[in-house]
Design a protein around this ligand. Structure first.
Ligand code: B12
Length: 206
């Protein structure tokens, strides 16, 4: 097993301390931080996503895996932003009001950051006024919204309208399990089904 495979497996198993140790050893051995993220941490979370979809993993395990991934990210992220990240543009992102799901959104944040975007993460349960304020303050190129509940996804349309009314010239991206490409098209937003595609599309529209 390579060091990347071990990191990935420790993420899947939710072994935070092992993730941290393995990454520290890998860095000492001269491994590249970007590879640690892509081939180790994100690969692990991709496996978690597949297992979750097949009901081979459940919420508590997904949460432990994502905590382990975040612990690993905390070590390697500063190494990347210092060296090879160039700013492609600014994305303001949040989970919409009434919605507390953030595992998927945080993956999108990570993929956008590793693709070279500056990301302003508004967290969960974010009111439209906050989207407007932060998009203005940060001169956002993209405003991105996540919703995981059919009851909260309707806020996306209001947020886009509020931003447009405030004169914000940005592109809008949406995602989350209940969304469809047709819904996104109707509210004039760009849809991505997963975090990797989100980063690719963000690059395309910039
Ligand atoms: C984990 C989870 C929770 C956790 C959330 C923890 C957290 N910190 O996020 C907890 C336990 C808190 C929770 C609570 C609830 N949940 Co919940 N939850 C889930 C679950 C099991 C997994 C979601 C997840 O993290 N998936 C893994 C990630 C990686 O995938 P993802 O979120 O889809 O994200 C990917 C894409 O969607 C996309 N994406 C996501 N966001 C964005 C944004 C942009 C801009 C882009 C481009 C792409 C993108 O990229 C991501 C990565 O590839 C889902 C089931 C499911 N099948 O989705 C239910 C689910 C979403 N929950 C559901 C419900 C009903 C609830 C509760 C109401 C339950 C209750 N009765 O209390 C509460 C609501 C709380 C609230 N107000 O938000 C329902 C929603 C039904 C619906 N259609 O409305 C689901 C579908 C379960 C079900 N089958 O009933 N939940």
């Amino acid at each position: 097993m390579s060091t990347y495979e071990r990191i990935s497996q420790f993420v899947v198993d939710g072994k935070e301390d092992d993730v941290i140790n393995e990454i520290n050893n890998a860095l000492k051995a001269g491994e590249d931080a970007t590879n640690i993220i892509n081939k180790g941490l994100l690969e692990g979370m991709a496996i978690v996503g597949e297992k979750f979809a097949k009901s081979e993993m459940f919420v508590p395990e997904v949460l432990m895996a994502s905590r382990s991934m975040n612990a690993g990210m905390d070590i390697v992220k500063p190494l990347i932003s210092d060296s090879e990240i160039h700013n492609l543009g600014t994305v303001v992102i949040g989970t919409v009001k009434g919605d507390l799901h953030d595992i998927g959104k945080n993956l999108v944040v990570m993929m956008l950051e590793s693709a070279g975007f500056k990301v302003v993460n508004l967290g969960v349960d974010t009111a439209k006024e906050e989207f407007v304020e932060k998009a203005k303050e940060n001169n956002a190129d993209i405003v991105a919204m996540s919703a995981m509940l059919t009851t909260t996804m309707a806020h996306m349309e209001d947020i886009i309208k509020a931003c447009q009314d405030a004169g914000i010239e940005a592109k809008y991206m949406v995602g989350g399990a209940p969304l469809t490409p047709a819904y996104a098209e109707r509210i004039n937003a760009i849809y991505s089904a997963d975090a990797s595609t989100a980063a690719l599309k963000a690059k395309e529209i910039i």
